[in-house]
Design a binder for this molecule. Structure first.
Ligand SMILES: Nc1ncnc2c1ncn2[C@@H]1O[C@H](COP(=O)(O)OP(=O)(O)O)[C@@H](O)[C@H]1O
Ligand SMILES: [Mg+2]
Length: 378
């Protein structure tokens, strides 16, 4: 009996005679199997409570507790009930023993003198069955996890969509009432209302786009369309667009960028990444200024988005790039936890890197690295 990795399959041999145990073990020993020996029913039971067994081979004739009695005890205990049993008996004897109550577990017989081929093939059958059962259990656990995740996801999405939809609906009702009232709203009021609708609808479209991207990533259909583009120009455009949202909230977004920085990549997807980082900086940035820097050096271009908000604890800094992962501190801000996951996949498809530097309560800096044209892969 040698110490073995946990993926080994355990087989238990029970016989009161040491020489029988040794002979049997020699017959069935092989890599990937761990053989346990017990000299009595008691010893066997305590081993069975301690280890999972693919199979127990029981000598029928033992002094204190015979093999059939041991089997009945096994049948009475949850943990040992389903261990398949192979009885070893002298041919022609004990066969009239009425063995009852073991209908759930598999039961089989071997006769003395033992035929090595028969022993080996029986043991192989039970060990294979055990392995298959373990595999099924793993698959079942994975399926259950997937179902739970799907349910959580549906409830998050419904929640995220319900609020903006509800608000647009209420606005529409309000407008209908105003239109049919004595003093219809003026153009300026109407314009404000429509702009609000647009913001809500945009956020719903973004959410659905994220979900579509995740499903495209899963099926490998998130294709990149690389072309030359100017990262500095893109930076200016994204910062300008985001400032429209930031300015009313009193948040300053600054940009430092060279006049021109030519790259090769999918401009639309890189824009999506930077917009995502900026949206996060606004949402989790505590209303404080956000600084964007575009630069180049060491064969790569770099976009840094730096806020002075809640920050991210070291333990969360890798996790947030995975699907649905959000920090505890950000729970008050609604979100699905998909943005950074999508962003990192896009960046990696460009042979780049997306990293975070942060400390809890000290703000966060997200840095996007992209290879410069002609540079070796990062
Ligand atoms: N600038 C930031 N400051 C603090 N935490 C952040 C920042 N950006 C992202 N996070 C954390 O990472 C999580 C995942 O972000 P993301 O994938 O964009 O999803 P979402 O914004 O929908 O939650 C956020 O929920 C938040 O906990
Ligand atoms: Mg986000």
């Amino acid at each position: 009996m040698s110490p073995a990795p946990s993926s080994d399959v355990n087989v238990l041999l029970v016989d009161d005679l040491q020489e029988n145990l040794v002979a049997l073990e020699a017959l069935i020993r092989q890599p990937g199997r761990r053989i346990f020996q017990a000299r009595s029913g008691d010893e066997a039971l305590s081993l069975m409570l301690e280890h999972p067994f693919a199979l127990a081979i029981l000598d029928v004739q033992m002094p204190a507790m015979n093999g059939f009695e041991l089997a009945e005890l096994m049948r009475g205990t949850e943990r040992t009930r389903n261990i398949p049993i192979v009885f070893v008996s002298a041919a022609g004897r004990e066969l009239n023993y009425a063995f009852r109550g073991y209908e759930t577990g598999a039961v089989d017989f071997l006769y003395k003198p033992l035929d090595p081929m028969a022993v080996r093939s029986k043991v192989n059958v039970f060990v294979d069955l055990f392995r298959q059962r373990l595999e099924l259990q793993t698959i079942q656990a994975q399926l259950e996890r997937a179902v739970t995740m799907r349910d959580d996801f549906m409830s998050m999405v419904s929640h995220e969509l319900r609020n903006p939809l509800n608000s647009v609906y209420l606005q529409a009702q309000l407008r209908r009432k105003m239109m049919s009232g004595p003093t219809p709203p003026d153009r300026a009021t109407m314009l404000r209302m429509v702009e609000r609708d647009e913001r809500q609808i945009r956020s719903m479209i973004r959410l659905l786009d994220d979900m579509l991207d995740v499903s495209r990533l899963r099926t490998g259909r998130l294709a990149m369309d690389p072309k030359p583009f100017d990262l500095a120009e893109l930076g200016r455009r994204v910062v300008e667009a985001i400032s429209e949202q930031a300015a009313p909230a009193g948040i300053a977004v600054t940009l430092e960028a060279p006049a021109e920085l030519l790259l090769e990549g999918d401009e639309f997807r890189i824009e999506q990444v930077i917009t995502n980082l900026l949206t996060n900086a606004l949402r989790y940035g505590d209303g404080k200024p956000v600084a964007v820097t575009v630069s180049a050096g060491e064969g790569r271009a770099l976009v840094s988005v730096k806020d002075q908000g809640m920050g991210i604890a070291p333990a969360d800094q890798e996790r947030i790039f995975r699907q649905f992962e959000r920090t505890e501190g950000s729970a008050a801000v609604p979100g699905l936890g998909l943005g950074l996951y999508i962003a990192r996949q896009i960046v990696e498809a460009h042979r780049g890197r997306l990293e975070v530097v942060s400390e809890l309560g000290q703000g966060s800096e997200f840095i996007l690295y992209l290879p410069l044209p002609g540079a070796a892969a990062a």
